[in-house]
Design a protein around this ligand. Sequence first.
Ligand code: ATR
Length: 283
Amino acid sequence: MTAVPARYAVFGHPVAHSLSPSIHAAFARQLGVAMSYEAIDVAPEAFANALGVFAASGGRGANITLPHKEAAAELCARLGERARIAGAANTLTFDGTDWVGDNTDGAGLVRDLTERQALDLRGRRTLLLGAGGAARGVAPALLDAGIDELYVVNRHTDRADALVDALGQPGRVHSRYWDDLGSHGLFDCVVNATSAGRNDGELALPMGIVGPRTLAVDLSYGDAAIPFLAWARGAGCAQAIDGLGMLVEQAAESFALWHGKRPDTSAVYAELRARAPSLTTAD
Ligand code: ATR
């Protein structure tokens, strides 16, 4: 009798453009792991049921993308620290009875910046643009990586305040008004975690907040990252980096959680980088 390979999937809406199935398939080939990995498109109102059906039919792990990350965290019986602070889960593991949630986005970002790009995040005075799910996912990891102070700016300041409260490091983490952005001096690192680039929205950013030593990072990739990275280059930032490496690294973190083996990400990253201009953001 041939054993049926364990099932894994990414849930999103829409999810057709997701790169996760091909990334996980490449990792599985590299490490000789037998599994299936599919993309499951499900509307928000049907998400909880679909996750239950998936578990009942052999689902062992799920990646979660927009717009389900917050709902996924709520459906989990237990959450790791990173998902708890984020209030959002991108990696779910079925323990035989319940779903257990984690968030690998922040670890993926930090690994891409510090290992692939060989950048030192320590001591950087950092500005985080946005306070939605993406911002919440990466903020704890940036702090753990040793950045200096973290300034969180969001159009709706109440969300920035809530994120700052959740991070629980008064004196190091601050919420500021978007309109006052120009009055806080230079930042060594600016992370765009807004969805403006995905929604054709404009980001109103003063030039004077960055300088020739500033690292600019957009968590999106493909077309969605172009406006912010163009602004960053025009404003004279030292580096302008998109979220493609983070995408690959968060997938590797998920893969390691599920299969106990960490893939080498360099080949998958190189292949996606070659296709980058035509990619659509949707992990
Ligand atoms: P995600 O999961 O991608 O973070 P989200 O939770 O909907 O999605 O959050 C989107 C983020 O982008 C929010 O911080 C949002 O700001 P508000 O909370 O004030 O709405 C931010 N955002 C979206 N479009 C923007 C724009 N044009 N300018 C500035 N911020 C924007």
